[in-house]
Design a protein around this ligand. Structure first.
Ligand SMILES: [Zn+2]
Length: 75
């Protein structure tokens, strides 16, 4: 089987990489909310389309925002 038959996966670019963000601010709730489910759960990387580096930073930012009562734990 030649390699051309394998469909190249659509390349998703990480939102934070496109913004050239090194740190994710937990105070930017509107941006964080984009990557949360309707139940305010942290979405999997597959669904957020973030790179592993930013997914980790994002998860930490969400947890921090919850602690600071900027984001709810439950809807
Ligand atoms: Zn990224």
């Amino acid at each position: 089987m030649s390699l051309e038959l394998i469909k190249p996966k659509e390349k998703k670019t990480c939102y934070f990489c496109s913004q050239a963000a090194k740190e994710i601010d937990y105070k930017e709730v509107d941006i964080l909310k984009r990557f949360l489910s309707a139940a305010y759960k942290i979405k999997k990387r597959k669904h957020t389309g973030l790179c592993s580096f930013h997914q980790r930073k994002f998860a930490r930012a969400v947890k921090r925002a919850r602690q600071m009562a900027l984001l709810p734990y439950l809807p």
